[in-house]
Design a binder for this molecule. Structure first.
Ligand code: ADP
Ligand code: MG
Length: 359
């Protein structure tokens, strides 16, 4: 299938947006903190044309599913909610959006923590911007995409995923201050690659766990008399808090500090150590890891050529990210074998990709 098969004409415009992987700074974005995502090579493409019949028509090649929306006041579920949400937030921002034919195809793995949802939203908004000549910039695109995800897909997400999909590229790490939206593109440490492996364990408790952690962080910030945990820099401050809020806060404070250390410029070895420390903190203090993720991370950390590894995304299942030395790409196969021997089935989601090609 392609656009023409589905809609009987050629698309008028198209736009792409990548998925992302977060290298460091986990569970910090809803604490006004710092994150270090990068774009992955996989992208979502949206093709658009005006619809002639007053209805929106959405087609996902990945799901082989077509949705037509008769009532423009009706909020659809499933993948259509993300696209419909983007159209609705544009309207709420004051733009006139006509009925659209929308064709989605994507190489971003869905539901694996690589943010196929943000890629879908950002690509939809960027394609709409082109088609309708909307005067919005890439930051506004990210903000509209986040609104669409919160209000139409019903996911209480921070701004990281959409900012990464809208502004990051595969040649840099995007340092983002999620409070001020100040950002900087940083190089990856020399002679390293990034590897992402799925643990094979679905993120079943992810939504309830995520919401609980968000609530704990809010309560902790309130107890400490700050707007958000981002306002605490000294981990000692968290020692006075009751269990488990002391450990939740310690994770956020130390995680923010780890990101800020990377921004100062670090060796691959130090970057790896900080990733390892992040995993330990997510496992012991934030308690969002599961045995499969711990096993996969442990195997990665022991593999020659791997500088460091951690769970990435919200946790409770999902994927791990590792920093690998150039020339040691075979490590991935070795890791999968050992992981299998431990009783799990992993999968390479993003094969080692190098950022410094252009440098
Ligand atoms: P992640 O963002 O980590 O991939 P989410 O659960 O946030 O996981 O988003 C996945 C959802 O986004 C899918 O279930 C689907 O509804 C929607 N989605 C993303 N990409 C596509 C696509 N190419 N086609 C249809 N739906 C998609
Ligand atoms: Mg998502």
């Amino acid at each position: 299938m392609n656009f023409q098969h589905v809609f009987g004409k050629l698309p008028e415009t198209q736009a792409n947006a990548p998925g992302r992987v977060n290298l460091l700074g986990e569970h910090t974005d809803y604490n006004d903190g710092f994150v270090l995502p990068t774009a992955i090579p996989q992208q979502t493409t949206i093709q658009l044309s005006l619809s002639d019949d007053g209805q929106h028509h959405f087609y996902s090649e990945n799901l082989q599913e077509r949705v037509s929306i008769l009532d423009i006041n009706h909020s659809p579920s499933g993948f259509a909610s993300y696209i419909f949400g983007c159209i609705e937030v544009l309207k709420q921002a004051g733009y006139t959006v006509p009925s659209l034919n929308v064709y989605v195809h994507s190489s971003v793995p869905m539901g694996s923590g690589l943010s196929s949802s943000a890629a879908l939203e950002v690509a939809t908004l960027k394609a709409s911007r082109q088609l309708l000549h909307l005067p919005i910039d890439d930051v506004e695109i990210a903000q509209l995409a986040q609104q669409a995800e919160i209000h139409y897909a019903g996911v209480q997400c921070g701004i990281m995923d959409q900012m990464a999909s809208s502004l990051a590229d595969t040649q840099h790490i995007l340092f983002l201050d999620t409070r001020t939206l100040e950002r900087r593109l940083l190089p990856l440490p020399n002679k390293t690659k990034i590897l992402v492996i799925d643990s094979g364990v679905p993120r079943t408790l992810a939504i309830s766990g995520y919401n609980q952690r968000r609530a704990e962080c809010q309560e902790t910030a309130h107890l400490l008399g700050v707007k958000a945990l981002r306002d605490i820099a000294d981990p000692q401050v968290t020692e006075t808090l009751p269990e488990p809020l002391n450990r939740r806060a310690r994770h956020v404070v130390t995680e923010n500090n780890r990101v800020l250390e990377v921004v100062q410029g670090v060796t691959p070895e130090r970057f790896g150590e900080l990733m390892n420390a992040s995993h330990a903190s997510l496992r012991d203090d934030y308690e969002v890891s599961v045995p499969a993720l711990d096993t996969l991370v442990e195997i990665l950390q022991k593999t020659p050529g791997v500088f460091g590894a951690r769970l990435t995304g919200a946790g409770f299942g999902g994927a791990c990210v590792a920093l690998v030395a150039l020339g040691k790409e075979k490590a991935a196969t070795q890791v999968l074998e050992q992981y299998k021997n431990a009783g799990y089935t992993g999968k390479i989601l993003v094969p080692n990709f190098e950022m410094n090609d252009a440098a």
